[in-house]
Design a binder for this molecule. Structure first.
Ligand SMILES: Cc1cc2nc3c(=O)[nH]c(=O)nc-3n(C[C@H](O)[C@H](O)[C@H](O)COP(=O)(O)O)c2cc1C
Length: 324
């Protein structure tokens, strides 16, 4: 059987292994990306970055492309409705010195879709091809594309989209194995990943969808034959899933994560966000992460309650003391 944990070549970039962190708007800022990399992720991707915003010089948009401290491979995910907008963003994007560009063709959020970007592009694979070509021409960087299986179950077209992306130079393709209409549930259809890989055996295929534990990650790699996986919701509050997956792939026991280790990671995460955002905003931003970190920890209801109004690091420390 093919080795499941291996280096992955994407254009001129090589990752150490095949277990990645997926892009998630509102979550995968540079602090969380750094934490996941430290815990064994082999590559991360930024939150989705608007090409229009970059072209206009929006500081907030440009800031999304800042490299994490330990992020050797900066993979910036872009979104745009067309090749022309993507082309106009290239100069601004290059100022962030990324190693890889990923292009979003899966976002189902109405605000994005109504502009013709994100999953709206699944209805127009030719434009996806033009975007890949434009980004490659303008930046010379490896370009990957992240798609869904189609717009809805009547218009599953991932093979056509993949063909268009690859024939225009895409260096890898990530597929979230759901249609746009499915949003994030019910279950992802992993068979579409198997089929995609069978149709493009020589191309790098990365899988996404319903990876909530290390066991899920191993199973996706085994069942589908794809080259790499990306954890999304499964990494929120559980950045340990990367090292856990690697342990399983090496035939080792699943590393247990103690409550102390989780508390330590929460504080590292909060410190990082504080440096990036200032204490008050960081404490608000951290609330959604803490609830995820505490999942499965007994007697954590009181901590959740305390954290829901915490505005200082000291208040967080006080709340977390309840667990020790
Ligand atoms: C909160 C959230 C934000 C997301 N933001 C992005 C994004 O910016 N770009 C993107 O390509 N996918 C985005 N996704 C999709 C994920 O990368 C992933 O493909 C999807 O969640 C399926 O994986 P999962 O079922 O294991 O969570 C997002 C998902 C979530 C839950």
């Amino acid at each position: 059987m093919k080795e499941l944990l291996h280096k992955v070549r994407i254009g001129n970039v090589e990752t150490e292994g095949s277990i990645f962190l997926a892009p998630m708007a509102g979550y995968t800022d540079r602090i969380f990306r750094s934490i996941c990399l430290e815990e064994g992720a082999d590559m991360s991707v930024t939150e989705m970055v608007s090409c229009e915003g970059v072209a206009r010089g929006s500081i907030k948009t440009i800031d999304l492309m800042t490299r994490g401290t330990n992020e050797k491979i900066l993979n910036v995910q872009l979104f745009a409705p067309d090749a022309e907008t993507a082309r106009r963003s290239a100069e601004g994007v290059m100022k962030a010195s990324p190693q890889i560009l990923d292009f979003n063709c899966g976002c189902p959020v109405p605000k994005v879709v109504k502009t013709g970007a994100g999953s709206a592009l699944l209805k127009n694979p030719q434009e996806i091809g033009k975007i890949v070509k434009a980004l490659k021409e303008e930046t010379g960087l490896p370009v990957t594309v992240k798609i869904r299986t189609g717009w809805d179950k009547e218009s599953i077209n991932y093979l056509e989209t993949a063909a268009m992306a690859f024939s225009n130079g895409a260096d890898a393709l990530t597929m979230h194995a759901r249609t746009k209409s499915q949003l994030y549930s019910p279950y992802a259809n992993w068979e579409t990943l198997t089929n995609l890989k069978e149709n493009f055996p020589d191309r790098v295929i990365i899988g996404s969808g319903d990876l909530f534990s290390a066991e899920d990650g191993v199973r996706m790699l085994k069942e589908t034959g794809i080259d790499a996986i990306m954890y999304a919701r499964g990494a929120i509050g559980n950045p340990f899933v990367f090292k856990q997956t690697k342990a399983l792939l090496k035939g080792e026991a699943l590393p247990e994560i103690s409550t102390e280790e989780k508390i330590e990671k929460i504080m590292v995460h909060l410190d990082g966000l504080t440096q990036m955002l200032g204490e008050n905003t960081a404490c608000r931003e951290m609330r959604k992460h803490v609830c995820a970190y505490l999942k499965g920890i007994k007697n954590s209801a009181k901590v959740r309650h305390m954290v829901s109004t915490a505005l200082t690091i000291d208040e967080y420390k006080e709340a977390l003391k309840q667990l020790t």
